[in-house]
Design a protein around this ligand. Sequence first.
Ligand code: VAH
Length: 316
Amino acid sequence: TILITGAGGQIGSVLSKALRQAYGANAVVATDIRSAELGEGPFELLDVLNGNRLHELVKRYRVTQIYHLAAILSARGEQNPKIAWDINMDSLFNVLDVAKEHKLKVFFPSSIAAFGPNTPKQNTPQETITQPTTVYGISKAAGENWCQYYHLKYGIDVRSVRFPGIIGYQSLPGGGTTDYAVDIYHKAVLGESFSCFLRDDTRLPMLYMDDAIQGVLQLMDAPSDQLSVRTSYNLAGVSFTPAEITAEIQRHIPTFSITYNPDFRQAIADSWPQSIDDQAARADWKWQPQFDLARMTTDMLSHLQETYLAEKLMEG
Ligand code: VAH
């Protein structure tokens, strides 16, 4: 059985459904700190800081793999640094320790947030400086190294990718610095103007949700001896600025308008790279994203238009 933490989150909710699609509804026990509507299949309340509860669920469901998606993201983490550190790190230790005891396979999501201001900003290499300036980034850089430690010292099969900002229509993000790139599509479909918390020229690496989910499934399916990276694989999808995504949306919705009101998240975004070199993932486990900005925009707008139309019809 697969256990997912943070199953109600932006990635977790889509990953839960994808894994159930692939392995069967009862092959995945979805967990989160609050209840979530995730369709058919077992759901359990789990605070990832409660190691005993995690052990109990691993035994009860005969868990063989854990996908650890629960975390406090970059922007929210800067508002509560100590809490973000405790949640992000203590939960990882709980996962790694139960994995060590039961020989479980683990997926750990890292992030381009593990990079900092002195990391090369263009085509950021797989092996490079990781001196992040957010608590979230520090927890991801530390987390990657703990994953590699448990692999080297205890032979645990822990696998990880450094996600760019993830964009999808299936779920809402929470507490991230790249969340503007999801909210902008919702505002466009609702015919509302969008207030962007980043400057128009802020280029960030992003990845479409469908590519991200496909990548996780591919990495977790790859033969263990093919993986040369046990900290975390760089992933690249598409890099763009708020101005570029706005222009792409306006090709579909010419009346869409945006204003720029940078806030504290500008400094977080400025500390991150602008484009990523993901050749190691391509070489080791055939990573190959399918969505560029044009295709992402078409897909996002069509799905969101469907969702909002359905909601309007429901309201009668
Ligand atoms: C965040 N969406 O904004 C996350 C991600 C690279 C960005 O880590 O914090």
